[in-house]
Write a protein that binds this ligand. Sequence first.
Ligand SMILES: *[C@@H]1O[C@H](CO)[C@@H](O)[C@H](O)[C@H]1NC(C)=O
Ligand SMILES: *[C@@H]1O[C@H](CO)[C@@H](O)[C@H](O)[C@H]1NC(C)=O
Length: 389
Amino acid sequence: MMWSAAPLVLITILMALVSPSEVRGRNRPSRGRGSNWWMVLFRGIAKAGEPNNLLPLSPGMLNMDSSVHSSLRRKQRRLVRENPGVLVAVSKGANQAILECQFQFRNRRWNCSTRNFLRGKNLFGKIVDRGCRETAFIYAITSAAVTHAVARSCSEGSIESCTCDYSHQARPPATGLRDWEWGGCSDNIGFGFKFSREFVDTGERGRSLREKMNLHNNEAGRAHVQAEMRQECKCHGMSGSCTVKTCWMRLPNFRVVGDNLKDRFDGASRVMIGNTGSLRGGGGKKNRYNFQLKPYNPDHKPPGQKDLVYLEPSPGFCERNPKLGIQGTHGRQCNDTSIGVDGCDLMCCGRGYRTQEVVVTERCHCTFHWCCEVICKMCRSRKTIHTCL
Ligand SMILES: *[C@@H]1O[C@H](CO)[C@@H](O)[C@H](O)[C@H]1NC(C)=O
Ligand SMILES: *[C@@H]1O[C@H](CO)[C@@H](O)[C@H](O)[C@H]1NC(C)=O
């Protein structure tokens, strides 16, 4: 058991602090209603004081901890009850979403920090109260990660109510004709997609523009997972003759989804605010919730299903702003030769930077020992680092 008692107590306290009714009561109307479940759940899985070392909850803990359940909405509780094993998958997904977000934004002013997760009521900080690009990414990556984790857990057999997807059995693989084509065990993207819709979108009714933004970005996250499903095949038969071929559909590595969503972040569409009531008849294709978001700039195309959408410009991330939970870039490392967002000019917002020689200790001269151990030496070396003033 990797869990000591301390985090467990903490989790229970946190859950008690953020009971569902309280969350609802204090929720700003501008934010979508459904946005709290994962923040609460994230905090449940976040190990105290080590936000970068989040662990998925073990199955035992999830069953034991009734406060996790009380943090969920009624419909979510029902989904968890009807799909034994799914909460572990959801917490794995949550964990993966955080790690991927921090990887994608490691060199940017806003770096998806979860540092304030004990203070505010949101794991990612108060930034999610704003309908900006960063929030769009957070919703999309979270929804994608739940889809991914659930679809994989089905094929691994760790959710009782779903299995591998065998429906590809009948379809001839795209890679050419064979006499024998047998369906293998596909990751169950259909189940993962549907489950994520039900679970993640719960509470977002799509009435306010902010709820529409959330729903659109949640759906975009799922669409990116689905679009990257790949066929894999394996030949069986006498000495590689491939008389029997098994094919299945496999989920992408989650990094691929993160990369694609980061591209969509860079090209995100600003959609119109103040367009209350029905947004029907916008000219473009309507989605399943029967609304079409209008581009803020009438010369732009309406956003597609896989685009990220946002409502307002991002706040500045240069200076500390406790009201928005922004830490600022003072003390951040930057790259003095890069002209990109990780370069000292942009990262430090023109304030300048300090250059230091530091001694770092790193693993080095690693050798592989049969079997299966990698043994390294620790080497000390001098490095020049630059940090923002
Ligand atoms: C993000 O930036 C803050 C300072 O603004 C820094 O303390 C932190 O280590 C960075 N990385 C992550 C993953 O939070
Ligand atoms: C700094 O930026 C340059 C140019 O983009 C790149 O080649 C180099 O690898 C970067 N250095 C670090 C430490 O990331």
